[in-house]
Write a protein that binds this ligand. Sequence first.
Ligand code: PLP
Length: 404
Amino acid sequence: MPGYELFGAEERKEVNDVLETGILMRYGFDGPRKGIWKAKELEQEINKTFNVAHSQLLSSGTAALTVALSALGIGTGDEVIMPTFTFVASFEAVISVGAIPVMCDIDETLTLNPKAVEEAITPRTKAVMPVHMCGSMAQLDELKAICDKHNLVLLEDACQAIGATYKGKAVGTIGHAGTFSFDFVKIITTAEGGAVLTNSKEVYEKCDQFSDHGHDHIGKDRGADLHPYLGYNFRISELHAAVGLAQIRKLSQFLEMQKRNNRIIYDALKDVPGISFRVIPDPAGDTGSFLSFFLPTEDMARTAAAELGAAGITGNFYWYDNNWHYIRKWQHLQNGSFMSRLSEDQKKGVMHYSNMAYPVSDAIMSRCISSSISLLWDEAQAKDRGQKIADILKKVVAAHTVNA
Ligand SMILES: *Cc1c(COP(=O)(O)O)cnc(C)c1O
């Protein structure tokens, strides 16, 4: 997924425009900034690229989730259904607004199983938050139908899936709101940054205000702005937005390269006995940033991951043992290791859901490896890598089959 791999003259030029004026802040200073508005320009570019009415840039993807949850009115005691497989930012944001993350089983799409979501709904459920993990997408039609039926908010965590589409629409623009992350390892980067995308004017205006201490941003004098709501500071800087402007113009090129290299690896692995692939609800909309596959057993997956590492083939993730992406290793959450005190009610809810057993998710994640796709491989390098991975997988599957 990494846009940082193709950082170059375009990014330097955009940043330089800002350095020339020295106006590093996105608001105000209308005269001295000499017409340079990188954050505003990037928001317009996002709206156009992803065909969405509004977007609000923020200081990170985690900030984007936090701001979106607040703007959507989610707070104390509300339950937010999210998958057991995601990055920790998803539950951090939910907890930060006083709500309770309700971990829910995934299926072989590697994100929310709609049936499990329906079973997880309680009278306190306010939102469903699918996470479009590893560049691919959730079953959005099914999840949207559930949200409509139960009058719930659908908030898409699309931080890892910038440029993915579902039935022709950009992911992140299908729910009530969606979020992108532009951190350093995402599909496009601003070094640090994020965005909320929404087609609701009301949600957008609340995001705009909340992320800048409640400023209503009406008129030209910041000091005279009114504050209809309390806010916080999750602003992005002009320097970061400038990098994003160069990156978003290269997004379609990044996606093309990723998809090509992904296809080459897929072709090398598709006939390996025993290997199956992540189910992608709309294959045409996949970003290609990862190729995720399953081995027949946990033992084989763990051995394969170790052998890939030992052979020096980097970028193959065995999430089941990863501290940051799967519930099994979120001991800080399960133990309630909060730096400051939560309400008893929130803490009880957090502990309850994070300590439940998730055997269905375990059975899927324990067999899964995600192989990341680089923008830097030419065709020959991708083929060589695919062949090497295929050889290791064949060997591992054959060895275990003989032993069995
Ligand atoms: C990266 C990521 C985030 C958080 O983004 P940051 O910009 O790093 O704060 C949230 N959710 C998912 C799924 C992510 O991968």
